[in-house]
Design a protein around this ligand. Structure first.
Ligand code: GLU
Length: 274
């Protein structure tokens, strides 16, 4: 009887505290990745030059991908890339299907309530692609149909900046650009660096432009599970070292330098934040 009572108490204790302890147990992705020998990253696969399928090798390559390769190299593990969309990347991370997000993701306080971010490893701002000569200021976009991607800051920002516009949200930006080419929307909006990539690859690019109308700043962070401290520290240390050694700048120049079709200036450095 006494034994039964003890067992009952133990069961209740596990029920009350065990579950709470489990739920509160922070992920230790650093140890897990080392153990399994592979870093699984959620990446974009249709956004040059951040993450896209290379025509020759059929592999996903890009600026975001090179950061993942550098982190995996430091860990001594292989890389597995899983395509994500703007809307699916956070659930994929939280459900444990990927270890890290490297997918053109802006860090902001709202998202930081749900996941942790690395230091900023890329910096851009939100702009528009329009038909040439149609837009000089943000006012010219009032009441217009504008395409963007579901689950993005671009979607939120454009709704705030242009409350009279009709925002059409697609799974990703190439679909929004197709809608612009078909005349279904009058503009596509997201980060300038993404727009530059889309435009560079467009066969009829001479018809379009990116007017100098900016509605937000977009600092990118690598996304990790909330409270995953060892991993966040490791990733931050790695990207700070990459800045110091010049590797981060080299990656930038490889994808955005003067010999590329995108050609952006590096206006940021990776620094320790907070
Ligand atoms: N950087 C913005 C965001 O994180 C827009 C690009 C994207 O959708 O990935 O939402």
């Amino acid at each position: 009887m006494k034994r039964l009572a003890t067992l009952a108490v133990a069961a209740v204790t596990v029920a009350i505290f065990g579950k709470a302890a489990l739920a509160a147990a922070p992920a230790d992705t650093l140890a897990e990745v080392k153990k399994k020998g592979v870093l699984v990253a959620g990446v974009k696969d249709s956004l040059p030059p951040f993450g896209y399928v290379d025509e020759k090798s059929r592999e996903i390559v890009g600026y975001d991908i090179d950061f993942i390769h550098a982190i995996a190299k430091k860990l001594g593990v292989k890389v597995e890339l899983k395509p994500v969309t703007s809307a699916s990347r956070m659930p994929q991370l939280q459900e444990g299907n990927i270890d890290i997000i490297a997918a053109t993701m802006t860090k902001n306080p709202e998202r930081a309530k749900q996941i942790d971010f690395s230091h900023t490893y890329f910096f851009t701002g939100q702009k528009f692609i329009t038909k040439k000569g149609t837009v000089k200021s943000v006012k010219d976009l009032e009441g217009k149909k504008i395409g963007t991607a579901k689950g993005s800051t671009s979607e939120q920002n454009v709704k705030k900046a242009l409350p009279t516009a009709t925002v059409l949200s697609f799974d990703d930006y190439p679909q929004a650009f197709l809608a612009l080419q078909q005349g279904k929307v009058q503009a596509v909006t997201t980060d300038e660096a993404i727009l530059a990539g889309i435009l560079a690859k467009a066969p009829n690019k001479a018809q379009f432009e990116i007017p100098s109308v900016q509605i937000s700043d977009e600092p990118y962070g690598l996304g990790m599970r909330k409270g995953d401290k060892h991993f966040v520290d490791f990733v931050n240390k790695t990207i700070l070292e990459m800045e110091k050694s010049g590797e981060a700048k080299k990656i930038f120049e490889k994808w955005f330098g003067p010999s590329t079709p995108f050609h952006l200036k590096r206006t940021f450095k990776i620094t320790a934040e907070k």
